[in-house]
Design a binder for this molecule. Sequence first.
Ligand SMILES: [Zn+2]
Length: 234
Amino acid sequence: MESARAFDAELCSCLDRGDQRGAGTWLVQRHADQVLALCRAMVRDLETAEIAVEAALTGHLLFSTIHTNDAATTVTRFLEMGIEPFMISSSMLCACAQRLMRRLCKCKVQYEPDETEKKLAQIPPDFKDPIFKKKGCNKCNGSGYKGRTGTHELLVMCDEIRELINKRATAQDIKIAAVLNGMKTLHDDSMLKVRQGITSIEEALRVVKVDEHMPKVEKQPEPPPPTQDKHGGH
Ligand SMILES: [Zn+2]
């Protein structure tokens, strides 16, 4: 508790002075007894990573960004920076990976994907919704795309992943464990957005490659497509 207060004070004074420690600038806020800490830059050096881990271990809910290929690689990035495995496994709650894909413009055209595409897009045999591809019009400057959408994956810490981190397992092994524990990968989510008619198979594959050597997991019921085109950029 004492160390939490001291750390809190240190973070706050850094903020007051507009200070930087490592590559991170810290924003600290108290909200209903919970101290939220936000690293306003990327965690990319040992000093910033150490502060992040220390903040998390002393009761701060900390959010930050880090450049990695996917959610599982977050762990290996911290290891590469020199953070001890048990410090990561005991301080990390989750890692969310995000990439941006272009949204199909309203000029999109419905088509019948071939068998290879159906497999890639994880289209079940009883699937009735239309699949679209790009066309191009004046509004999208002929590109077929207008606006962006995200594809995400959320790795949530669990005992199995904690053990793998402590053993310095590879990012691939951590990813497999996460998938077995219910994680939808960046690829899965990008293909969901294909089935929802938001983007094309071509665009989804340009942004996220197909997962390799992933275990087959029982399919969950499909979430309903978004009702409003809020982020279409029209
Ligand atoms: Zn268009």
